[in-house]
Write a protein that binds this ligand. Structure first.
Ligand SMILES: Cc1ncc(COP(=O)(O)O)c(C=O)c1O
Length: 398
């Protein structure tokens, strides 16, 4: 018998673990398969179907045989529609060669880190952060430099927060607005200060705006371009159809950035995945240029759920929470509920699954222990039952 040969993995992938958010959903599915009545507050995706007119556009693309390779950076009509959307929204000119289509926002971000970073370059990542930022930065050879936003300041990101972290090696600051997991939205004045700082120091502001369509209470979504076209050189916008149009499975994202960076990213994509799925691109064209009523309807439903969930969380002894202003997550502080048996939020989340069969994502996944992420991208009845169960479980800890 030949010996089993074990060829080692690269150092690059050595430190990467599975995504904690996907892991939480997998755990829920495993328990369900065993017949356990699990309630899942882990989902990072809308619980709605893709609107019909968008699905129809995908079906039409298949019927019309639009099933071949497209240019790596996307079909011209879609690039033009994205450029128009940004030009209109931002009040500056974006040309089609300054935008590209990617396989989800995730690939857009991956392309950007790979195209900008050299080994040892630093990227400032405010906490709490979305799980994939640090891993993608490290894969590109960069070093994530974490700065904490203050919970007492509703997790707002301010220029003062990042000032001390900027060094000669800083290439980029990641701005995720609205934020997953905190729901914080960067305000106009804060964004102006951040943009001025980035222009002065010659660093990119990478705005992950995957949740830009999901903002409550009339809050506005702003980008570094609030200071005018002089910010265009340092601004990278990364958007997605996933959350706004309930299109997570279609895998369409997009990037707007200076033309040389888009050119580099599209060459990179041309040698890796090539184009995002042709059929999905036609569906995305309909999503972006077609009727926006479904987006408003989904937003209204998310807002109703948020308004129901936040007061319920605040009633649970030991839990406090900031009100999210965007996205579809609450990020309560549970530090008062931690103890010697449950020292971290990861232990607490596992305990919640065992104790009351409710799946949440621990704050450790987002660089902020002492918190839980609860998704309200699920029905009101599931939310109510899950919060009843969590409240009853927490009473046992008191
Ligand atoms: C903050 C943030 N950015 C990017 C993404 C990527 O989404 P997609 O690749 O589906 O566009 C997600 C998905 O959860 C997210 O939460």
């Amino acid at each position: 018998m030949s010996e089993t040969i074990s060829i080692p993995l690269s150092k690059r992938v050595g430190g990467i673990g599975p995504s904690a958010t996907l892991a939480a959903s997998e755990r829920a599915n495993q328990l369900r398969a065993q017949g356990v009545d699990v309630l899942d507050l882990g989902p990072g995706q809308p619980d709605f179907d893709t609107p019909e007119h968008i699905r129809d556009a995908g079906v039409r693309a298949i019927r019309e045989g639009r099933t071949r390779y497209t240019p790596a950076a996307g079909i011209p009509d879609l690039r033009e529609a994205i450029a128009d959307m940004y030009s209109h929204r931002e009040g500056v000119v974006y040309r089609p060669n300054e935008v590209m289509v990617t396989a989800g926002g995730k690939q857009g971000l991956f392309n950007i880190f790979a195209a900008v970073l050299n080994p040892g370059d630093e990227v400032i990542v405010p906490t709490p952060y979305w799980v994939s930022f640090p891993e993608q930065i490290k894969l590109a050879g960069g070093i994530p430099v974490y700065v904490d936003t203050e919970e007492s300041d509703a997790f707002s990101l301010r220029a003062e927060t990042i000032l001390d972290a900027v060094t000669d090696r800083t290439r980029m600051v990641v701005l995720n607005t609205p934020s997953n997991p905190s729901g914080a939205v960067i305000g106009r004045e804060q964004m102006q200060d951040l943009a001025r700082l980035a222009i002065e120091r010659g660093i990119y502001l990478l705005v992950d705006e995957c949740y830009a369509a999901l903002i409550y209470d009339g809050a506005e979504h702003v980008t570094p371009l609030v200071v005018g076209p002089e910010a265009q050189n340092i601004t990278i916008l990364c958007g997605s159809c996933s959350k706004a149009y309930a299109m997570t499975g279609w895998r369409i994202g997009y990037v707007a950035a200076p033309a040389p960076l888009i050119k580099a990213c599209s060459s990179l994509q041309g040698h890796s995945t090539s184009n995002a799925t042709s059929i999905s691109q036609y569906a995305a064209l309909e999503a972006i240029t077609g009727d926006q009523t479904p987006v408003r309807q989904m937003l209204t439903t998310f807002a109703e759920r948020r308004d129901a969930v936040i007061p319920r969380i605040r009633e649970i002894p030991g839990m406090t929470t900031v009100e999210p202003r965007g996205a579809f997550y609450a990020f309560p502080n549970i530090s008062e509920l931690l103890n010697d048996e449950l020292p971290t939020s990861a232990d607490f989340a596992t305990w919640l699954i065992d104790e009351c069969h409710v799946v949440t994502v621990p704050g450790t996944a987002f660089g902020r222990d002492g918190h839980l992420r609860l998704s309200y991208a699920t029905s009101m009845s599931v939310l109510e039952e899950a919060l009843d169960r969590i409240a009853a479980a927490c009473e046992k800890l008191a």
